[in-house]
Design a protein around this ligand. Sequence first.
Ligand SMILES: [Fe+2]
Length: 293
Amino acid sequence: MLLGFYSDIHGNLDALVFTLDGLRALGVDYLFCGGDVAGYGARPNECLELIRFAQGDERIERARVDEILAETSLADPGTLADFLAVTPNRTVKGNHDHAAVTPGAELIFNSFAARAIIWTRRELTDENIGWLEELPLSLDIAENGLPAERGNDSPLLFRLVHASPHEPERWHYLLNRQEIKRAFNSLDVPFCFIGHTHQPVFFEQHEDGYIEVITDSDIVPSLFRRYIINVGSTGQPRDNDPRACAATFGYGDSLRKMKIRLHRFLYDNELAAERILKANLPPELAGRLLRGV
Ligand SMILES: [Fe+2]
């Protein structure tokens, strides 16, 4: 089984398309999106519609997907569209998704983010707003890649949330020991995948409670420890690497040969930056895509 994770797309269609195509090439069986599909970038509707299509939303037709992919520089859009049509995708809500559909919520953001949220709110179609409003804050997934719910006998494997499993609706940033500890204390599953800070990192809780921060590009998890994995940002990386970020979680039967790996995908960030300038969004949001900050 190979699960693919991507998060914090932020309306960056070019990054999203090359990330999904990269995950396709790696052979992922299921896709999971950690939220913040909207906000900052110039193509929020297109990003949402691609993800809705992958999620089986029948209101998004294949012709619309072909039209969206044709806007990008992807060499073989047909292969990606075929992959999205058959690969299940699930998404949780991010703070920018919430703010984009909640007038007044932009007030707590910095001025660039707030301007982008107001722009995004005006730009979004009613259908995309409705879809964002319905997104869950948290999802529990079983070993078979499907939601852990009644009727699914497969054991619970991980939780997907945007920010922190502790009070997901308050969007805590896991940037200090106290928040990371609170996050582990609230977890009753072995793995939790998150986004939000735009900085990929592994947090490993040892048997004695000690929490190790691991900045390698992959880990081989132990069944005796617990993990919170920040999968980084697809559409606005902030770790000085401008390439789009994503992650995979691979494992065999009975969780043998587990491996969690971070991936970087080159994409046309100059085109994404140009779209931001053309849309009259703050130019700082374009510049940061070129530097990965
Ligand atoms: Fe974000």
